[in-house]
Design a protein around this ligand. Structure first.
Ligand SMILES: *Cc1c(COP(=O)(O)O)cnc(C)c1O
Length: 389
């Protein structure tokens, strides 16, 4: 690919914190508004026959969404980003690239909604799946004649397993398949899978990119022009694009991505250390703890450890007492916002994951997941002292 073709390269002089503030000058607001306008229009008038402004109909293109896609493509070092109405819409659209008989290798520990999509919809459409712990198992031994893609998250949701993106990408490419990485947990502020060989990067924009628990969105980022064209065709045909107002909320959320990630990750590290001191906490899984098996790989491929902690407590009764007694933090699904959330995977995010798989991954009725926010760490520690004694 030439330099000119790679849109993201032209601003590589900027660091990630700065890219969050960029805008696409080619569609700049004519009045110089710093907050890019919300183009709440379904359609755009033509100046004459064969004269498009570049925007025809919002299912295909919208200026506010295009600003957002420009920033996200740069953040993830891709040539293009496609903004969707949810993370799941983004993943479902990627699945449309494949045809009946194509084989996928998916990580054993994934976001529950992705597992539901693969099991309940993609299988019905004729795709085949093999499941493996890609943080441990050798992917090249699982690749078959018809394997078209390997799909992973790192760290995984919720067990925080860490896969070596570069090693998996190399083996995947040797066999002619592509690597798809859901980068939601670390956000592009901390990890850029494309730099390590991923072909498609996915995000739930609902999480750290949006950052305020006020909108739902998703992204697909690609580095290859042919793949981008195929995805753009599916995008305009199936119509799951993000609306103008939500695009604006995402643009605004991204402006503070860097400082939110720094603060919440710093809080997470301190809280993980604190949880380790509790007698009724039997396990703390945070990839920023040196004893985590993925710690060294994280150091190689990520710039930070993120704000997600999974922990196990001694009894189901204690789970119940924690969830019924939270005051400062919220018992809620989702992650990546400024407030700390506690989630119970087996009844929430992973409720539709088959029991055998939950058992295999160690997702028991004593496992809780935290998305640490940007509150004062002393207040968070006090909350957990109250909840855990
Ligand atoms: C939330 C989430 C999704 C799904 O995104 P939605 O925006 O909720 O549709 C996908 N992957 C991961 C890792 C997630 O956490």
């Amino acid at each position: 690919m030439s330099k000119e073709e790679n849109k993201a390269d032209c601003d590589c002089r900027y660091k990630v914190e700065t890219i969050c503030q960029l805008s696409d000058s080619s569609i700049a607001d004519q009045w110089g508004a710093l907050s890019f306008p919300i183009y709440q229009s379904a359609t755009f008038a033509h100046r004459g026959l064969g004269e498009s402004t570049g925007f025809d109909y919002t299912r295909m293109q919208n200026p506010t969404r295009q600003q957002l896609e420009y920033v996200v493509a740069k953040l993830e070092h891709g040539i293009d980003a496609l903004a969707f109405s949810s993370g799941m819409a983004a993943i479902a659209t990627v699945m449309e690239l494949f045809k009946p008989g194509d084989h996928f290798i998916i990580d054993a520990d994934l976001y529950g909604g992705s597992v539901r999509l693969f099991n309940e919809i993609s299988k019905k459409n004729g795709l085949e799946f093999s499941t493996a712990d890609l943080s441990k198992e050798d992917v090249s031994l699982l690749i078959k004649e018809n394997t078209k893609a390997v799909y992973l998250e790192t760290p995984t949701n919720p067990m925080m397993n860490v896969s070596d993106i570069e090693a998996v990408a190399k083996k995947t490419h040797e066999k002619g398949a592509i690597l798809i990485v859901d980068n939601t947990f670390l956000s592009p502020y901390y990890q850029n899978p494309i730099d390590f060989g991923a072909d498609i990067v996915l995000h739930s924009g609902t999480k750290f990119l949006g950052g305020h628990h006020d909108t739902i969105g998703g992204f697909v980022i690609v580095k290859d022009k042919a793949l981008d064209e195929k995805l753009r065709f599916i995008y305009k045909t199936t119509g799951a694009g993000l609306g103008p107002f939500d695009s604006w909320l995402l643009l605004r959320g991204i402006r503070t991505l860097a400082i939110r990630m720094d603060r919440s990750s710093d809080n997470a590290r301190k809280l993980a250390e604190h949880l380790k001191t509790k007698k009724n906490v039997t396990r703390v899984i945070y990839p920023g703890l040196p004893e985590h098996p993925g710690y060294d790989i994280m150091k190689k491929q990520a710039r930070g450890f993120g704000a997600m902690i999974t922990f196990e407590v001694e009894s189901e009764e204690l789970v119940e007492s924690i969830l019924n007694n939270v005051e400062l933090i919220y018992f809620a699904e989702s992650l990546g916002g400024t407030e700390t959330l506690i989630t119970y995977p087996i009844t929430q995010t992973h409720a539709d994951v088959p029991k055998e798989l939950l058992d295999k991954n160690g997702i028991s009725d004593r496992i809780l997941r935290l998305s640490v926010g940007i509150e004062a760490i002393d207040d968070l520690i006090q909350e957990f002292d109250r909840l855990l004694g």
